[in-house]
Design a protein around this ligand. Structure first.
Ligand SMILES: [Zn+2]
Length: 251
């Protein structure tokens, strides 16, 4: 489909004749929302007139300003109701939703009667609410994505923390200090814990990603927001007991 053809289709999709041929319920959600956004089409020269004796009664386009739901078909030379054309179905006043209204002599009273009918009020409410349900669904979807992302982050953090604790336990078994004298990024002797941790990161993309993203592991964090403390002693039964403390320090 050419761009010009697409443009033409979008331009006339709120016209009566287009909507009679392409029923609203058969349109995609995107097309339905576009029809609602465009609103009822108001052709300038619709040529609706009625002979009354020697006089010719012509439709006054000022009705479009008075009644926002009113619209007209150029081909049928008849008036329609926008919400009833979209949601009218087979019930309600089919004159305003299917065949079109042409009796200009009684236009005022028929308009008053139609806009107070249950079917019109129901269709007008459907049109007003249309799109809101989908907004709710979208909000729910965004909320669910937030939960999924949170759960993924929690699982990631647990995995990284488990690997860190394993490194600390290894240091405890070897009875080595966790920290070196100089843990800056270019240090030649950063301490055994960091060396072990960097070795564990090799070949582990999840751990490496976390290590690269968190400067606190490289001793380059300006706040040092995480403190790791581990101490080991031997109890009376000659079993080694180790305590690991992780502290978060708020800057
Ligand atoms: Zn209506």
């Amino acid at each position: 489909m050419s761009e010009a053809h697409k443009r033409k289709r979008v331009d006339n999709m709120n016209e009566v004749d287009h909507l009679l041929e392409h029923r609203f319920e058969t349109l995609s959600l995107e097309e339905k929302l576009e029809v609602k956004r465009l609103g009822p089409h108001h052709p300038r020269d619709i040529g609706i007139s009625q002979t009354a004796g020697k006089n010719i009664r012509a439709f006054n386009v000022e009705w479009f300003a008075k009644k926002k739901w009113l619209m007209a078909s150029i081909q049928k030379k008849a008036l329609f109701c926008f919400p009833c054309l979209l949601f009218g179905g087979s019930g309600g006043e089919v004159t305003w939703s299917r065949t079109g209204y042409k009796d200009l002599k009684h236009l005022s009273e028929r308009i008053t009667k139609h806009e107070s009918s249950n079917s019109h009020l129901d269709n007008a409410m459907k049109l007003g609410l249309f799109g809101w349900v989908n907004v709710t669904v979208q909000i729910d979807s965004a909320y669910q994505r937030g939960i999924d992302e949170h759960n993924r982050q929690v699982e990631e953090n647990r995995y990284v923390l488990g690997r860190i604790i394993n490194c600390i336990k290894l240091c405890g078994k070897c009875e080595t200090a966790l920290r070196g004298h100089d843990e800056s990024a270019d240090s030649l002797n950063p301490g055994i814990f960091r060396c072990i941790f960097e070795t564990v990161c090799e070949g582990d993309a999840r751990l490496q990603r976390h290590y690269d993203a968190q400067p606190v592991f490289k001793g380059t964090s300006p706040y040092r927001t995480i403190r790791l403390h581990a101490d080991e002693t031997t109890d009376v039964s000659c079993k080694s007991q180790m305590v690991v403390v992780l502290r978060y320090l708020l800057p």
